[in-house]
Design a protein around this ligand. Structure first.
Ligand code: ADP
Ligand code: MG
Length: 628
């Protein structure tokens, strides 16, 4: 339907879908109305891109000398904002086709989604942007003046208040490209402000590849370096870019620049910062990767691009495949986002692993700050568990005091016949090394990883094995270690006989009652008289200690075995006195000794609950010792 007046002004009706869309846009309560700037600027950028493309094969076109750029002007008094580009422009027919009907898939999709999720219409506007029509969120009227690049075309003017019709007229004296003049609604007058517009552009359109001038001054000064090829980007440029997108003064530790066409088209630059602010007590870090589509921001700090444990990563991901099929509600399920996340996670972890091998010292620096995230990943990301396991670092009996090693390195150093990887927890290197648990390993020269962070124990217990090798805590009962301990023969001679051991352990168990589930001869001890070990694989004494320290209820007491060293003078003496003792004071003294040996083992395991009893008994024993 159309009507033409005497000056050649035609009045036309919007297509039904457009009417519906405009109705939603105009009456929506959507709060981030500023996205209209993003939409119009990205249309301008598209038009400029098309002009650049046409120019590749043309000798001549209209306004050939005019530079490709976007300019934005505001008029506070008149409450207008004007966006001008020197792109391909539109003829009158093209304006009717492009601005009066919905031909493009993005907006169609928007309408379709709307049918599915009526309530979220305002959020959908933010996600899809609804293109050109988003201008009507803030406009009383929109005027579009345009002139095509084609030499024989005529200029035209399109005007609408969004209420169902628009007019179109010929217009002379228009330069190539498109000018959009928005007469702002009273409640949107804030947009007639150059500073406001500048900040919106910095947020959404900073990487648009054509100059954007606000009040004649160029606003977008940062290049979208992710679209350039790796070999052309200098280190300095990465650093500058990092500072810009991470809004930070420091320099990145690592950067990964990647491009892919399958399984999904993308360009991305991901950075690892130097500092971990979460560890410094700044609270849960927000995800730091922004999602772009063709250099225009879609989602800032996107939660679904990388798993939560990689929230320390900063950067950009630009994918042409993304924008038309995402919405906030369904993003989680979105197949495409899933693919993107999977791909990026794998690549980033793979990159870290490569770097860790290339430069161990630098990786050590990374590890110092970001260990917690890798451990979190071990817990939560089953799919990438193997890579994550290789990224773990521990100090060990074979490293320098401040050095670290990885599971792969450990595996490479394993002794002949050794089938498992051993670890021991303790608050410090000294504490671990002086614990009786290490004796058996030291005497056989078997490496033990030292776990100083309580979380480590959970991580390794959960992981259970690495590269086919069981991960075993050194405080577990029934340890079968390969090889013979050094000096074994010499000690062997002084061992108690089997009968002597049985008689002693039976009696000790009777003395200790329920405190231990069993007393038995140790195969591991060299220097200590006794040690407390766990007979429940998942519940080592270390684990029990951590659970108790966290104040959680255990619900049960995990069974513990007291292992005794039958070649130790104290144990041998105890056995002898027990064998020969009669009733009376001596018997009480021996029982005290047994309790004391057990208490000492509980202390070494970090599990002593009642120091009062121990202290009283110690005094008693000392009195007797001195009294003799
Ligand atoms: P989309 O950008 O997703 O195609 P829009 O609603 O933003 O959807 O724009 C609709 C169409 O109007 C564009 O595809 C384009 O053909 C035309 N258009 C909009 N703005 C301009 C412009 N500044 N210069 C030339 N054509 C434009
Ligand atoms: Mg658009």
């Amino acid at each position: 339907m159309s009507a033409t007046d005497t000056q050649g002004k035609q009045t036309l009706e919007f297509q039904a879908e457009v009417k519906k869309l405009l109705d939603i846009v105009i009456h929506s309560i959507y709060t981030d109305k500023e996205v209209f700037v993003r939409e119009l600027v990205s249309n301008a950028s598209d038009a400029l891109e098309k002009m650049r493309h046409e120019a590749l094969t043309l000798d001549d076109w209209f306004d050939k000398h005019v530079p490709l750029e976007i300019s934005i002007d505001v008029n506070k008094d008149a409450k207008t904002i004007t966006i001008t580009d020197t792109g391909i422009g539109m003829t009158g027919e093209e304006m009717v086709a492009n601005l009066g009907t919905i031909a493009h898939s993005g907006t169609k999709e928007f309408l379709q989604r709307l049918g599915e999720a009526k309530a979220q219409e305002s959020q959908l506007i933010g996600q899809f942007g609804v293109g050109f029509y988003s201008a009507f969120m803030v406009a009383k009227t929109v005027t579009v003046q345009s002139r095509s690049w084609r030499q024989d075309a005529q200029g035209g003017e399109w005007v609408s208040d969004g209420s169902g019709t628009y007019t179109i007229t010929h217009a002379d004296g228009i330069r190539r490209g498109t000018r959009i003049i928005i007469e702002l609604k009273d409640d949107a007058a804030e947009f007639a402000d150059a500073d406001r517009i500048r900040s919106i552009i910095e947020r959404y359109s900073n990487f648009v590849p054509f100059p954007i001038l606000v009040d004649m001054e160029k606003v977008n000064t940062v290049q979208a370096l992710w679209t350039r090829s790796k070999s052309q980007v200098k280190d300095e440029e990465y650093k500058e870019f990092y500072k810009f997108i991470a809004n930070s003064d420091d320099e990145p530790l690592y950067h990964l620049h990647l491009s892919a066409d399958a399984p999904i088209q993308l360009n991305s630059v991901l950075f690892c910062p130097r500092d971990n602010f979460e560890r410094m007590g700044f609270g849960h870090t927000d995800p730091g990767v922004n999602l772009y589509c063709r250099k225009v921001l879609i989602t800032q700090h996107c939660k679904d691009i990388l798993p939560d444990y990689l929230r320390f990563v900063k950067g950009v991901v630009d994918s042409e495949d993304i924008p038309l099929s995402i919405s906030r509600e369904t993003m989680q399920d979105s197949l495409l986002m899933g693919k993107l996340k999977k791909f990026l996670t794998k690549r980033f972890l793979g990159y870290l692993l490569d770097e860790s091998k290339k430069d161990a010292a630098k990786y050590g620096e990374f590890w110092k700050s970001f260990a917690m995230f890798i451990k979190e990943g071990c817990h939560t990301d089953f799919e990438n568990r193997e890579t994550l396991a290789k990224l773990l670092r521990f100090s060990s009996s074979k490293t320098e005091a401040d050095g670290v090693t990885g599971l792969e390195e450990y595996a490479g150093r394993m002794k002949e016949g050794q089938t498992a990887i051993y670890y021991m927890s303790g608050p410090s290197r000294d504490a671990v090394e002086s614990s009786p648990y290490l004796e058996a390993f030291r005497s056989r020269d078997i490496e033990v990883l030292y776990l100083h962070d309580p979380v480590d124990d959970f991580v390794l217990t959960n992981m259970q094995e690495f590269d086919g090798k069981k991960l075993i805590s050194a405080d577990l009962a029934d340890l079968e270690l390969p090889g013979e301990p050094a000096k074994a023969e010499e000690k062997e001679e002084k061992r108690l006989s089997t009968e002597e051991v049985t008689s002693l352990t039976d009696w000790m168990k009777e003395v200790l009652g329920d405190r231990v589930s069993k007393v038995e001869e140790s195969k591991r001890l060299v220097d200590s008289p006794a040690v407390l070990v766990s007979s429940l694989g998942m519940m080592t004494t270390t684990m029990e200690r951590y659970i108790k320290a966290s104040g959680k209820e255990m619900g049960f007491t995990p069974p513990k075995v007291l292992e005794i060293n039958s070649s130790h003078p104290l144990i041998r003496k105890l056995a002898e006195l027990h064998r020969t003792s009669k009733v009376g004071a001596d018997e009480a003294m021996l029982r005290d000794c047994v309790e004391q040996i057990a208490d000492n083992a509980f202390i070494a395991a970090g599990l002593l609950a009642d120091p009062k009893k121990l202290v009283d008994r110690m005094y008693k024993i000392m009195e007797q010792a001195l009294g003799r």
